[in-house]
Design a protein around this ligand. Structure first.
Ligand code: NAD
Ligand code: GLY
Length: 371
């Protein structure tokens, strides 16, 4: 497999995303030129360490890079104040300096937490993303959003802090459980829904090859295409003053469900995004923006991949509509106490809709949670 490269153009904060197989074994060669001294710290979780750690260690040893691992528990609950404190203290204990490199080696949880720790450590130190989930390769490792969850909601405490390089090893996905591949696929579908109807049609035909084992060519294409779309949006609107918010399609609904389920594995982030995008299409129909048939085909694409499209699909007692509404109102896109939603006119044509009717959203949620 040829290694593909996608550039994220952000002036002095620009960096490359390298996408291919066996990148972990070559990680030392990619990271060496970025080091001021031949030493780095890798932050990971227990699952990633067991499944992929030996490959990264091989790559670092090959270039005589000294390294220490900081290993955290897996799961969304690791994106917490408690783990942020633990991680920042561990990095200080290891005397990480501003110009040193910290490597976030794992999924979106490790990437978001490590990126945020690096944003605030000594007022900012450099970090690299080595994403090992489909979700992290297509979305969270790119664009510099870093965060932890708070009692009041998802990703509410964070910073924009760009990595210096992203190494996306497609072969690392071979050990990822199929439920996690599906969850990551939700963010792939998202790019088609937001702005690329042609990609959405390609996914309708080829999605099963991305979901199944061994189809690395299609996975590499999906990662590259997703990164190209995201890189272009981030280059135009790094700090989400405008169109970057489109990448939040389905997330305001989805984050509320994740919060209501306590960030447990009852509902993974990507599953919440699948459900959230379905609800965003339903709500787009309700306000007359989108046709019923268009929403039906979008939801068919989500459900074909095994992701939830209705609250009944969650197989858990649904949260109450007021609880969901309360969580939605903490969304980062709120302005002057009003809620902003990303809605779609059709597949490939999403829009930012400000000042949505909060009473009507509550009614919509009541109907959906009662169904
Ligand atoms: P995750 O990091 O929890 O990883 C999923 C699971 O897979 C974990 O149990 C992990 O230990 C395991 N795992 C990871 N790589 C593995 C591998 N190669 N083999 C075996 N097991 C492996 O979850 P995720 O879906 O990667 O990320 C979700 C997070 O990403 C959420 O917190 C979400 O908010 C965040 N996110 C951030 C952005 C952003 O722009 N910063 C974008 C999208 C999502
Ligand atoms: N995942 C949405 C963003 O990075 O803007």
């Amino acid at each position: 497999m040829t290694i593909e490269k996608v550039a994220v153009a952000l002036d002095e904060r620009s960096y490359d995303i390298h996408i291919g197989d066996d990148l972990l074994e070559c990680a030392g060669a990619y990271l060496s030129p970025l080091l001021r001294r031949p030493r780095l710290v890798v932050v990971t979780d227990e699952n990633v360490l067991a499944a992929q750690g030996p490959r990264l260690k091989f790559g670092l040893n090959a270039e005589n890079i000294q390294y220490e691992f900081v290993t955290l528990p897996p799961g969304e609950q690791t994106k917490s104040f408690a783990m942020l404190e633990k991680l920042t203290n561990a990095l200080l204990e290891l005397e990480i300096e501003r110009h040193d490199l910290v490597v976030a080696f794992g999924g979106g949880v490790i990437g978001d937490l490590t990126g945020f720790a690096c944003a605030i450590l000594r007022r900012g130190c450099r970090f690299a993303q080595v994403p090992t989930t489909l979700l992290a390769q297509v979305d969270s490792s790119v664009g510099g959003k870093t965060a932890i969850n708070a009692r009041h909601g998802k990703n509410l405490v964070g910073a924009f802090h760009q990595p210096v390089v992203v190494l996306s090893d497609i072969s690392a996905l071979s050990t990822l459980p199929s439920r996690e591949i599906r969850a990551g696929y939700a963010e792939v579908i998202k790019y088609g829904f937001v702005s690329d109807r042609q990609f959405s049609e390609w996914l309708s035909k080829n999605g099963s090859k991305i979901l199944e084992m061994g189809e690395e060519k299609e996975r590499q294409f999906a990662v590259k295409k997703s990164c190209e779309t995201k890189a272009a949006i981030v280059a135009a609107d790094e700090h989400e003053n405008g169109k970057r918010a489109l990448l939040n399609f389905g997330h305001t609904f989805g984050h509320a469900f994740e919060g209501a389920f306590g960030y447990t594995d009852k509902l993974l982030h990507g599953e919440a995004v699948g459900l959230g995008m379905s609800l965003a299409f339903d709500y787009s129909v309700r306000v007359g923006m989108c046709s019923e048939s268009e929403a039906t085909s979008a939801k068919a694409q989500i459900s074909k991949s095994g992701l939830p499209t209705t609250i009944a699909d969650l197989n858990s007692a649904p949260p109450s509509a007021p609880e969901l509404m309360h969580l939605m109102m903490q969304d980062k896109k709120r302005e002057a106490g009003k809620l902003t939603l990303i809605l779609a006119k059709s597949i490939g044509d999403a829009h930012i809709v400000k000042d949505v009717d909060i009473a009507d959203i509550l009614e919509f949620l009541k109907e959906k949670t009662a169904a």
